[in-house]
Design a protein around this ligand. Structure first.
Ligand SMILES: Nc1ncnc2c1ncn2[C@@H]1O[C@H](COP(=O)(O)OP(=O)(O)OP(=O)(O)O)[C@@H](O)[C@H]1O
Ligand SMILES: [Mg+2]
Length: 1079
């Protein structure tokens, strides 16, 4: 829950002077002092904020404080400048009222600080966003720039504003800042060339020399030494607590943020440097032949450097310092300047240069910060003008400054005191008049068009003839002598004749804030503000673009012989515009008070504060406030605002607004002494009554909001419900349609099914019937046909032969067979048994017979073929057949032997006489005689032997001698082993234990191996007493050599001696035969 606070909570003294009891000057000061001692520097008089300068930083401007005061009622929290800023901002944002913050007080009272606090508060609470933040930043950063160029240390204030500033901050309808416009008022330019004792020139000069880099200074032809420049006062160049170097960086940074270009900043610094250089130009007199003195520049170095900086031809400027040209109508007179005139010209140029640069800066800043949109703006003006000041030596500037403060006091009086009292009278409210000092009379003394001081000064300046400050003072003495606020030693008013505090060359004005003695010296010059035309023309000739821009009147094409308006005139006009502007806005006052003259914290000089409180009219302010009413409002807006607090006025009141308000106040039972009814306004005496109304309104607004919310929610729910209902109807309609459609389709398909079944059933029934009828018909026809057949056969039998069909069939078959055989005969194949041809069969039923005939024919053909053979041929073929049975597909040598005829006796052993002896040694008929190789058992080499085969034995004889080497009876042969390969090796294995076995088995090789083995096998087969000889075909077999069993192994490979197989004894157990590979 929000905690309700009030200004009255934890109050030190009284926060609002209106509540002071008893009210007297003493209690007023006591209250201020009490609060000041407790660090409460702000106190209210109603809505006016009194601000005491604490001269030290207090922790009351933190972001937390900003949040604390944000959107809070003015009297809700302890007095603060933020409360006023918040009130003004909310009034601007919510009620669309333009505001102005009027900050008054004497020099050093804290006006500039207050204006910055207001601006920073508004910047903190208004809208955010990239664009808005940029605008805010630019507005805030314009302050350091203007302060650097327009503020200076004075005896009263280390950062005294030497110009008046009024800044309009523009907001859009949401309260977001759009931009701003700054107006400046009369810069105290005399400070550029001369500063009173203990004071300084404008900050920027010191900042530039302390803070600029060596490089920049070199470019600007400056030295980091204040003593080198005549225009800089040295005794107070260093100010406590002021870091000029750091401030220079801040200013450069601020200029960048505001939007100054790098070259613009450089130009500005060049001008500042030029002013310093200008101050160093000194003159010496030079006598002329006509006896007059003419000024000459002492040392031209500074002039040269300045001319280089500004791009001015040195001779032009030099001449402008020596001569003065006066143009009058058609005449042009050139006179020489004496030294004093030359110094005057130099200083006038320096002052003009600087003040014009300052005005240019303001214009340039305005360009950057001006609102971009053309929409209607709400405006908050912040006025921070130089404070009322009384120096030892007061001149034209102080006169102007104090005049401005008079005007501000006037507007304060206008708007608060007089206006307030007049309003009570106007409204017919009972009111006892409060006496207050109205300074309108002083304003009139200064600004009156006929006999005002400014008018007199202007008149004097424009008057032909010799015009001096004395003639001006004379004039004042004659015209204003009677005025009660004007005092002069020379006036006819004898009252001051003996007043030694009033020198003859001075006049005194009783300002609202005290008497100020003005020295008349310099008034005329300063008001004229004359810059010799030669100088402005010299400046115009500069190549430096900014300088050229600052002296437009130097353009020879635009020579204006009319005098420019005087400084006083210009100031009066701008102050008048400012006042008119302020009057259109809702004023918010901050009255700054300076607690002491020492710029020290914790010191409260009662007399000083009392003086300020008096001239600021604060007591009158409190009295008027106390006697009057805290708040007033026209009936219409009041009724409009609070009508919801009463049932009778809510929501519409038909009668006049005043009656409505009366009913309202009645209903709310507000005590009658708390308010009064005026003619057009209601006056509420106490702020608390207003808070009561506001609180009730807030509560009521909450209730109304709840009501609106309730109705809206109800409406929203109802609308939603109706929509749902409507939707539900649509959905259900569609669903029903869909469901009915589905149901209908189901019924339809079911009907179709039933229908189809019924139709099918009917159709089948009909079909059955029709089929039955058809069968009946057919049966009838068949029966009739049989019957007819029977009848016909019975009748015709006698006319037909029996079994004619079979006979016809047999005949046909016979005929076909005959044709078949005849065809076969004519198409017989050849008699060759290997001819495979055979004619195709003509009929399928002859399939078996046809194949049988083919087989029979083939057998017959073979028989015929065989019958051609003799007995020998037969024997040969039988042998060949046997060879095939033994070796076919078993030994690779076999295919090559097929077409070799088996000759048997290759040696013609019977006929050859060489073998006669051998032949006779063999009793049996030789079946085979051939030369074979007997393999030597020891080394595998072969030795030729004659191999003879008889019916009974195998004989091996020497090839040369024919001597029998071995004879093995066939029954002793156990088996023959051969390889599977193409070699002719064979082993004759002897039966173990037989007589022949003693020598061991024979390993032989022959070209006719197939024939030898076949014959051996055949001989064994035919002899009845012998067992069939075993033939073992394998690539590895054992041979018995005497005692050893040796393995003979056949290997495919490349034998040494060409294409025939070779044998080699590998070891005791192995005999290797290399057979040439067949591939
Ligand atoms: N609220 C404050 N808190 C702390 N110091 C303050 C405050 N107000 C003023 N000061 C101090 O007082 C000095 C003078 O204040 P400021 O420059 O605002 O006076 P001014 O009224 O503008 O004077 P002038 O009329 O000469 O311009 C400041 O430099 C600052 O040191
Ligand atoms: Mg100031």
């Amino acid at each position: 829950m929000e905690v309700k606070t009030s200004l009255l909570d934890n109050m030190i003294g009284v926060g609002d002077m209106v509540l002071l009891e008893p009210l007297s000057e003493d209690s007023f000061l006591e209250n201020l002092k009490n609060r000041f001692d407790h660090n409460e520097i702000y106190t209210y008089i109603g809505s006016v904020v009194i601000s005491m300068n604490p001269y030290r930083s207090l922790p009351i401007y933190t972001p937390d404080k900003v949040e604390e005061y944000r959107n809070r009622n003015f009297y809700e929290l302890s007095p603060h400048i933020y409360a006023l800023a918040d009130e003004a901002y909310r009034s601007l944002r919510d009620q669309d009222k333009d505001q102005c913050i009027l900050i008054t007080g004497e020099s050093g009272a804290g006006k500039t600080e207050a204006s910055k606090l207001v601006m920073s508060y508004v910047a903190a609470v208004c809208g955010k966003g990239q664009e808005v933040n940029k605008v805010k930043e630019q507005l805030l950063q314009s302050n350091p720039v203007l302060e650097a160029f327009g503020n200076a240390k004075t005896v009263r204030n280390d950062n005294s504003s030497r110009f008046g500033k009024y800044m309009d901050i523009e907001f859009d309808f949401k309260g977001d800042p759009l931009g701003g416009v700054i107006s400046n008022y009369l810069l105290e330019k005399s400070r550029v060339v001369k500063q009173p004792r203990g004071e300084r020139n404008f900050h920027i000069f010191y900042q530039l020399l302390s803070g600029a880099s060596d490089d920049t200074l070199k470019k600007l032809k400056l030295h980091r030494d204040f003593s080198k420049y005549n225009y800089l006062s040295l005794d107070s160049a260093a100010v406590n607590g002021l870091d000029d170097a750091a401030n220079f960086r801040t200013v450069r940074n601020a200029m960048q943020i505001v939007g100054f270009m790098e070259d613009e900043m450089q130009s500005v610094l060049e001008l500042v440097a030029a002013v310093l250089k200008l101050g160093n130009i000194e003159f010496k007199p030079e006598s002329r032949c006509n006896g007059t003195d003419e000024s000459r520049i002492k040392d031209k170095n500074d002039l040269k450097e300045m001319c280089e900086l500004l791009g001015i031809e040195q001779s032009v400027l030099e001449r402008a310092f020596s001569y003065r040209t006066v143009e009058a109508k058609l005449e042009k007179v050139s006179t020489t300047l004496n030294v004093a005139q030359a110094y005057y010209a130099r200083d006038a140029l320096a002052k003009n240069l600087y003040s014009r640069l300052f005005s240019w800066l303001v214009t340039r800043i305005n360009e950057s910060i001006k609102a971009q949109t053309k929409t209607r703006h709400k405006v908050m003006g912040v006025l921070d003008i130089y404070g009322f000041e009384i120096f030892e030596d007061n001149s034209f500037e102080q006169f102007i400054i104090n005049y401005c403060n008079e005007k501000l006091q006037q507007i304060f009086i206008e708007l608060t005191l007089r206006e307030e009292q007049e309003e009570y009278v106007r409204e017919g409210i009972e009111w006892t008049n409060i006496e207050y000092f109205n300074n309108a009379v002083i304003c009139d003394l200064i600004e009156n068009n006929q006999n005002g001081i400014l008018a007199m000064l202007d008149e004097e300046c424009l008057r032909p003839g010799t015009v001096t400050d004395e003639t001006f003072l004379d004039k004042l003495n004659t015209v204003c002598a009677e005025h009660q606020h004007f005092e002069s030693r020379l006036s006819k008013n004898s009252k001051f004749l003996t007043d030694h505090s009033l020198p003859h060359s001075c006049f005194r004005i009783q300002h609202y804030a005290g008497k100020v003695l003005y020295r008349a010296e310099g008034f005329v010059d300063k008001n004229n503000d004359l810059l010799y035309r030669d100088l402005s023309q010299a400046m115009y000739k500069a190549t430096h673009s900014l300088i050229k821009q600052l002296f437009p009147e130097g353009n020879p094409a635009k020579v204006n012989l009319k005098r420019p308006p005087t400084a006083g005139f210009q100031f009066r006009a701008s102050v008048s515009t400012l006042m008119k502007n302020l009057q259109t806005k809702n004023p918010n006052y901050i009255r700054c008070i300076k607690p002491n003259d020492k710029k020290a914290s914790h010191i409260f000089t009662e007399s000083l504060v009392c003086h300020q409180a008096r001239y600021l009219g604060l007591m009158e302010n409190v009295r008027v406030r106390r006697a009057g009413y805290a708040f007033r409002q026209a009936y219409e807006p009041c009724l409009e605002r609070y009508k919801m607090l009463c049932k009778r006025t809510w929501p519409h009141w038909r009668g006049p607004a005043r009656q409505g308000v009366e009913v309202l106040m009645d209903d709310l039972q507000v005590p009658t002494d708390e308010f009064s009814y005026g003619r057009s306004k209601i006056f509420i005496r106490n702020p608390r009554t207003l808070f009561f109304l506001e609180d009730r309104r807030k509560q009521c607004l909450q209730d109304l909001a709840a009501l609106i919310q309730k109705i809206y929610r109800g409406w929203k729910c109802r609308t939603h419900f109706l929509l749902l209902k409507k939707s539900q109807i649509v959905v259900s309609a569609w669903y029903r349609r869909y469901a009915q459609q589905k149901k209908y389709k189901k019924i339809k398909s079911a009907t179709t099914v039933v229908q189809s079944y019924a139709r099918g059933w009917q159709a089948r029934k009909l079909l059955r019937e029709l089929k039955y009828q058809k069968r009946c018909k057919e049966a009838v026809t068949t029966i009739a046909a049989y019957w007819h057949g029977t009848q016909v056969r019975r009748e015709y039998r006698k006319f037909f032969r029996a079994h004619a069909g079979k006979k016809i069939y047999d005949f046909t078959i016979q005929r076909i067979m005959q044709k078949y055989f005849l065809g076969l005969k004519s198409d017989m194949p050849s008699m060759s048994p290997i001819d495979k041809k055979w004619p195709a069969r003509p009929y399928r039923f002859l399939d078996g017979a046809h194949r049988e005939l083919q087989r029979i024919f083939h057998l017959w053909r073979c028989k015929k073929y065989r019958s051609q053979f003799t007995e020998e041929m037969k024997a040969v073929y039988e042998e060949k057949l046997e060879a095939s049975e033994i070796f076919k597909d078993k030994k690779a040598l076999y295919p090559s032997s097929v077409n070799q005829p088996f000759k048997g006796d290759y040696l013609e052993i019977g006929k050859n006489p060489k073998y006669q002896k051998l032949n006779s040694a063999v009793d049996e008929k030789v079946l085979l005689a051939d030369v074979v190789n007997k393999i030597n058992r020891a080394n595998g080499k072969g030795a030729a032997r004659i191999f003879l085969l008889t019916k009974k034995s195998v004989v091996l004889a020497d090839q040369k001698t024919g001597q029998v080497k071995a004879s093995v009876p066939l029954p002793d042969l156990a088996s023959v082993s051969v390889s599977t390969q193409t070699d002719g090796f064979f082993a004759l294995k002897l039966k173990a234990g037989s007589a022949s076995a003693i020598k061991g088995d024979f390993l032989l090789s022959s070209e006719h191996l197939i024939e030898i083995i076949t014959k051996l096998h055949r001989t064994g087969a035919t002899a009845a007493d012998q067992e069939q000889l075993n033939i073992d075909i394998s690539d590895e077999f054992l041979v018995q050599f005497k005692q050893d069993k040796v393995c003979v192994k056949f290997i495919q490979g490349a034998p040494k001696n060409g294409n025939s197989a070779s044998c080699r004894r590998k070891n005791n157990r192995l005999l290797e035969v290399m057979v040439p590979s067949t591939a």
